[in-house]
Design a protein around this ligand. Structure first.
Ligand SMILES: Cc1cc2nc3c(=O)[nH]c(=O)nc-3n(C[C@H](O)[C@H](O)[C@H](O)COP(=O)(O)OP(=O)(O)OC[C@H]3O[C@@H](n4cnc5c(N)ncnc54)[C@H](O)[C@@H]3O)c2cc1C
Length: 385
């Protein structure tokens, strides 16, 4: 017979783990299922720019004290466009906050979340894969592969946080950006001084984030070019980066191990089914421009946990709660999807006629305090800022 749990979370990446932590004091029985085998090192060199609002959530989840020493604060963000005069700069002083955001590693974030989870009553089934989720008005059944044995968990709510891997319970709209992100650490002649750069080029944006190891690079280009750049020797790679990024950070002198991530926009049109909800990248996978994906997913997890906690120990998977949660998340979700998608479509196609207008747009952001304030708050807090 299937084991019964109040909530089963499918996927223990940063969003699934954050939801489990948000529910730690709920009094509900929570099981988190993660495919990664326990004790394996997370082989992911991507860095995550945490918005200021995410820091506040991670503090409430009890994760921040452990993570803080592995973050680098961002005090200034410079946004510019190749072959254009437009540029704008956001600063923490102007926004009246200690930092606009914080840069950390995906692996460090994951470690801190899992470490915090170990101090809770949440049951973690690591090394188990969720094969399918079926739900109806009475409950959901989650089928898992536990070391070759198929098992079933019955639950009142199945929250899918598998990163959009395969548990597609909803219709998903996809736009292939025909871009890949090449990520690695780089060192330049100049110290970062807590500056971040987002530079739009016709191929895609180049982000340079301050980190403990110098700079963290997210370089977006066509997929074939990304593969080619990944195999260049270090000196040639640094030369090409300088040619693409320009000299704002000085000459690049070293580059670490390179990893390539294909990019697409994937949006579940209605991320819900009976007693089943998609959150984080499972609900929406965004382009990494402006570093919004995890920040949005963390807000999904936090708001879902709050909605469940507000009901006490009553049914966490009823349609009323799920619909309330969805309508409460709608604005933040749609606005953030549109924000990232529009940035890519506006700034990354090499249309000569539009370049002047793009430059003007960035210059206007710099010149008009209200517009700049909007951009800063959107990057720090999402659509609720
Ligand atoms: C290059 C790059 C840079 C980025 N930079 C930023 C940034 O600066 N700021 C930002 O906010 N976002 C950024 N993002 C986005 C961010 O990485 C994602 O939004 C975030 O990782 C989503 O977390 P998640 O937990 O939803 O999914 P994931 O991180 O994909 O985690 C999913 C988890 O589910 C597990 N899983 C999958 N399938 C199953 C299954 N069937 N059964 C059990 N477990 C399963 C996986 O093992 C994994 O642990 C970036 C993305 C990329 C590609």
């Amino acid at each position: 017979m299937a084991e019964h749990r109040d909530i089963v979370i499918a996927g223990g990446g940063p969003v699934g783990a954050a939801l489990a932590l948000g529910l730690r004091a709920s009094g509900l029985s929570v099981t988190l299922i993660e495919a990664r085998v326990p004790g394996t090192v997370v082989d992911d060199t991507r860095t995550i720019a945490l918005a200021y609002g995410s820091r506040l959530i991670l503090e409430r989840l009890g994760v921040w004290p452990e993570l803080a020493s592995e973050t680098t604060p961002i005090h200034r963000i410079s946004i510019s466009q190749q072959r254009s005069f437009g540029r704008t700069e956001l600063s923490a002083d102007e926004a009246n906050v200690a930092a606009l955001g914080y840069v950390t590693g995906y692996a460090a974030l994951q470690r801190a979340l899992v470490g915090a989870l170990e101090r809770t009553a949440v049951r973690v089934l690591a090394g188990c894969t969720v094969l399918a989720v079926r739900g109806d008005a009475n409950g959901a059944v989650v089928s898992i592969d536990a070391s070759g044995t198929r098992e079933e968990l019955a639950t009142r709510l199945a929250a899918i946080a598998d990163g959009g891997a395969q548990l597609d319970i909803a219709h998903v709209r996809t736009r292939d950006y025909r871009q890949s992100a090449l990520v690695c650490d780089v060192v330049s002649e100049q110290l970062h001084q807590n500056r971040a750069f987002e530079r739009f080029t016709p191929d895609g944006p180049i982000a340079l984030l301050p980190s403990a190891r110098g700079w963290s690079l997210v370089w977006t280009v066509q997929p074939e070019r990304a593969q080619q750049l990944a195999t260049l020797d270090e000196a040639e790679f640094c030369r090409r980066l300088h040619a693409g990024f320009g000299s704002a950070a000085g000459v690049f002198t070293a580059a670490g191990r390179r990893q390539v991530f294909p990019l697409a926009l994937k949006v579940a049109t209605r991320p819900v089914a009976p007693r089943t909800l998609l959150i984080g990248n499972a609900a929406q996978t965004l382009h990494p421009v402006a570093g919004q994906g995890f920040n949005l997913g963390l807000r999904d997890a936090w708001e879902l946990a709050r909605a469940i906690l507000a009901r006490g120990e009553r049914d966490p998977g009823g349609s009323e709660l799920l619909n309330e949660y969805l309508s409460q998340r709608r604005l933040d979700r749609i606005a953030t999807i549109l924000f990232t998608d529009t940035l890519i479509r506006l700034f990354c196609k090499d249309i000569p006629l539009a370049n002047g207008a793009r430059g003007l747009g960035l210059a206007a952001f710099g010149a008009i305090p209200a517009a700049k304030n909007f951009l800063a708050r959107r990057m720090m807090f999402g659509a609720r800022g």
